[in-house]
Design a protein around this ligand. Structure first.
Ligand code: HMG
Length: 395
């Protein structure tokens, strides 16, 4: 166990101001109804980023919220987890460091391994904090835009959003337990070569790999902790689409207990899927949006509850870990904030969706004025000499 409690002090969320209803997608793709997306995937809406939003603007909006009430001078590192990066060299976190006025004595790093790098960044941050004065804190940002080819089987599993959290020795929300399960294997289930705009997804294989990795990661976690599935009060699984949570818990339970899943175990992972149904896959951020969903939608207090977290990163590397919910955690989250952010989004028509989907922030000249739409606190303003310029939404 950790000698001092370390974990999540604050959580900030952001998803773009536009969404595309999956009923409209079903219609556009010639389906008779939206049952396949609703009942088959448990997806209702997907957030769509306008041309002037990217991983930086989304991550900065989420991080600004996570930093409310935190002394910024204590931030000694930014770990930015993403698989929607737009630069081989410069970390997206550098832009956020500037936008949020964080201290110059700060390490900034981008982390990559598909969806799992957010959970990996959390684990790395625990190690980094052990090297620092105890009052120092680390800002972890997970931010992604999941974009597949128009008309592909993966299209209904798109989404966009960010979750940022401050990791410190004052874990007001979740104390991380020091038990970790990992599983890694070189598999071609989902990847995006540097020269391609959209990932290549082998859908069925990716689901199979997800489930095998869950089993593998659980095995190590179980060996370290000695916990059984029943010792975990709530589950957050990586959610490429919301129904994956059902597939995950059924698979794991059957493999370990050789029995059908009881309803009571099923309930333990349902609340983590509420926001995902309305947002879609946010890759690195999905797991933490699931945690927020569980914390904000549980009718009774979760104080002292053990939460199991599973992150699957295609390719593949997976992590299972757990944390204990802090006393008084409810004072540090706001269901109303998240609800307003989701409810105030505007629906897109099919033509608008396609226009946003196909907009490319790239031009041989390296100079581009970016069309302006509604954003959160920050927006992409222009590209000058191939360099992105950001601004606050009001400027
Ligand atoms: P698909 O081929 O369109 O869907 O792909 P399907 O035909 O398999 O249908 C999906 C489910 O809907 C099935 O249920 C159908 O029976 C059901 P299941 O067999 O799963 O139980 N269905 C219906 N149900 C009720 N009424 C109906 C109806 N019609 C069908 N009328 C797939 C689906 C998710 C594979 C596709 O969207 C895809 O390839 N998505 C991208 C890849 C992905 O999300 N993989 C998930 C695991 S990998 C992962 O999580 C990592 C990832 O996040 C990336 C990263 O790590 O960076 C993706």
């Amino acid at each position: 166990m950790n000698k001092v409690n370390i974990g999540i002090e604050s959580l900030g969320f952001y998803s773009p101001r536009y969404y595309f209803p999956l009923s409209s997608l079903a219609q556009a793709r010639g389906l008779d109804d939206d049952e396949k997306y609703g009942k088959g995937l448990w997806q209702e809406k997907m957030s769509v980023a306008p041309p002037n939003e990217d991983i930086v603007t989304m991550g900065a909006s989420a991080a600004a919220y996570a930093l409310e009430g935190v002394d910024k001078t204590t931030i000694c590192a930014i770990l930015f987890a993403t698989e929607s990066s737009f630069d081989y060299s410069k970390s997206a976190g550098i832009f956020i460091h500037d936008l949020l006025g964080l201290p110059q004595a700060c390490m900034v790093l981008e982390c990559k391994q598909a969806c799992s790098s957010g959970a990996a960044a959390l684990k790395i941050s625990l190690g980094l904090l052990a090297l620092q004065d105890s009052h120092k804190k680390i800002l972890v940002i997970t931010s992604d835009i999941s974009l597949y080819e128009l008309g592909s089987a993966a299209e209904p599993t798109q989404g966009a959003g960010a979750c940022a959290f401050v990791v410190s020795t004052d874990p007001k929300i979740l104390t991380i337990e020091n038990y970790w399960g990992h599983h890694a294997k070189n598999v071609p289930d989902f990847w995006r070569p540097n020269y391609m705009l959209h990932p290549i997804a082998s859908g069925k294989q990716s689901i199979e790999n997800y489930l095998q990795s869950l089993q593998g990661a659980w095995q190590q976690y179980h060996q370290e902790s000695n916990f059984q599935l029943q010792n975990i009060d709530g589950y957050c699984f990586h959610l490429p689409y919301s129904r994956m949570a059902e597939k995950a818990i059924i698979h794991l339970y059957k493999k370990l207990n050789k029995q059908t899943l009881p309803d009571e175990m099923f309930e333990r992972c349902m609340l983590s899927t509420s926001y995902s149904k309305e947002i879609g896959n946010c890759y690195t951020a999905s797991l933490f949006i699931g945690l927020l969903s569980l914390l904000e939608n549980n009718a009774s207090s979760l104080e002292g509850a053990r939460i199991g977290m599973f992150s699957y990163g295609s390719g593949c590397s997976a992590i299972f870990f757990s944390g204990i919910i802090s006393e008084g955690y409810a004072k540090h989250i706001s269901q109303q904030h998240t609800r307003v952010a989701l409810d105030e989004r505007s629906p897109l028509s099919y033509d608008e969706y396609e226009k946003f989907h196909t907009f490319a922030v790239a031009d041989a000249s390296g100079n581009m004025a970016i069309p302006q739409y509604q954003t959160g606190r920050f927006r992409l303003d222009s590209v000058v000499g191939h360099h992105r310029n950001y601004a606050t939404a009001s400027s």
